[in-house]
Write a protein that binds this ligand. Structure first.
Ligand code: SF4
Length: 444
């Protein structure tokens, strides 16, 4: 029997963990989405409503390319009930594709309103119907863990990348190490080996000779999540800032989003709390948390705030308006730059803007009496890799952790299991899923 060819949007490195989610399922052949390029995006732009969000056009272009050139007719897409439009993209895209004559397109929805309800598991049941084959429950569980573990490591690698590039002595070495690590991660599907992937990450980054004395400018790098992930859309702005000698603190990735949807992200709750005075509720995108990030970065004495978002993204445009209009909010002035992306900005124009922003940060630090000149502190991730590396024994201890305990400890950024929080979340999980019955959980 012919396998069903399934694919999804690439979203930067995110394809690595989405491949993990559908790894080795009977009747399923996962097609790796190709790198996004101008041609792919133009196809999406041609058939999209003019004022729809830019990520919609990029994803639609990817689908058209996969359908025409890779024989993919089955797509996995996220879906939810808002507050943002992203949850409805899939339904509209399917209709557009059908109107284009792609009558046999099918969309499989990964429900992401609240991952604790387990509604997202329906994607496996829908794929079973499509393939006519039953998936072993253990494979579904294994793939879920693969997804979580890989998403966690993708986030960790990208985060360290932002902190290390400004210190590298040999240009573009960070980029090479990141590509090596992402390839290793993509090809590793053994959960036991993945549980020790932290060591591989540290060892590879340690190969980069760095300037240990430097005290670089620090920026909070944030925005709408899809444009932050996809390098074709954001012109690899994070890399460009790093090359300019700026330490980049990337705020969001998909793992963080999944933790938020499991109600397990303490960081997001902290940011919500600090942003509440200005944005009292989730109004879409990352606007509320970005406001929190701005205030928190100010507190930490960062030098700037870089905010990127898609053209026509209302929540993030609202945040920009608030930051630009609200003078009293700046207890001390921190420069912020807002970049709207629609695939048609010229890279040189963008570079000129960030160079000017760099000079603004330098000037602000020297002359603005309101600037909070907090003492520079080397980030923990950099310390742990270059200044006080873990001992063999510490690596040995982490290597004997099971994948499950690894996933559980991920719930808390300090890597310690928060018992009270886990019990509370566990009780909520059972109350939300009473229709499953406890017995069915063991048959997952
Ligand atoms: S966050 Fe912005 S770009 Fe994304 S769906 Fe919402 S409005 Fe559109």
């Amino acid at each position: 029997m012919v396998n069903v060819r399934v694919s999804f949007s690439r979203m930067g490195w995110s394809y690595i963990f989405f491949k993990g989610l559908f790894h080795d399922l009977p009747g399923i052949e996962v097609v790796e989405p190709p790198l996004v390029n101008t041609e792919i995006v133009s196809e999406g732009v041609k058939v999209s409503p003019e004022f729809v969000c830019f990520p919609f056009k990029v994803i639609l272009g990817e689908m058209i390319n996969l359908y025409r050139n890779y024989d993919v007719k089955d797509f996995a897409m996220i879906a939810d009930y808002g507050p943002c439009r992203a949850g409805m993209y899939g339904v509209v895209q399917k209709r557009i594709l059908k109107n284009m004559g792609f009558k046999d397109v099918r969309m499989f929805y990964l429900r992401q309103d609240d991952f604790r309800t387990l509604e997202w598991l329906r994607i496996f049941r829908d794929l079973e119907k499509r393939t006519g084959k039953k998936f072993d429950d253990y494979k579904v569980l294994r793939n879920t863990l693969l997804f979580l573990a890989k998403a966690y490591y993708v986030e960790r690698i990208s985060h360290i990348e932002g902190l290390v590039r400004c210190r590298e002595k040999n240009k573009s070495m960070t980029t090479k190490v990141v590509h090596t690590l992402m390839n290793l991660l993509d090809n590793e599907n053994n959960l036991m080996k993945l549980s020790n992937f932290d060591r591989t990450i540290d060892e590879n980054f340690r190969k980069i000779p760095i300037d240990k004395e430097m005290e670089p400018l620090r920026v909070c790098y944030t925005g709408e999540i899809q444009v932050m992930l996809e390098k074709w859309v954001n012109y690899d702005l994070m890399g460009e800032l790093g090359v300019m000698g700026i330490e980049v603190h990337k705020q969001y990735d998909v793992f963080d989003w999944v933790m938020h949807k499991l109600n397990a992200s303490k960081r997001r709750r902290r940011l919500e709390h600090s942003a509440r005075k200005y944005i009292p509720m989730d109004c879409g995108g990352e606007a509320q948390w970005n406001m929190g990030s701005y205030l928190e970065s100010q507190e930490k004495g960062f030098d700037g705030f870089v905010h990127i978002f898609p053209f026509t993204c209302l929540p993030e445009i609202s945040l920009m308006g608030m930051l630009e209009a609200e003078k009293n909010m700046d207890k001390f002035y921190m420069p912020h730059i807002h970049i709207s992306l629609d695939g048609s900005s010229g890279f040189e124009g963008l570079r000129t803007r960030i160079e000017a922003f760099h000079d603004l940060m330098v000037g602000n630090k020297k002359t603005n009496p309101l600037f909070r000149d907090a003492k520079y502190v080397v980030p923990d991730e950099v310390k742990n890799i270059y200044f006080k590396p873990k001992s063999n024994f510490e690596y040995f201890l982490s290597s004997i952790e099971t994948p499950m305990s690894k996933v559980l400890t991920m719930l808390n950024p300090s890597k310690k299991l928060d018992v009270g929080f886990t019990v509370k979340n566990g009780l909520e999980f059972f109350s939300r899923n009473s229709f499953f019955g406890i017995g069915s959980l063991f048959n997952l």
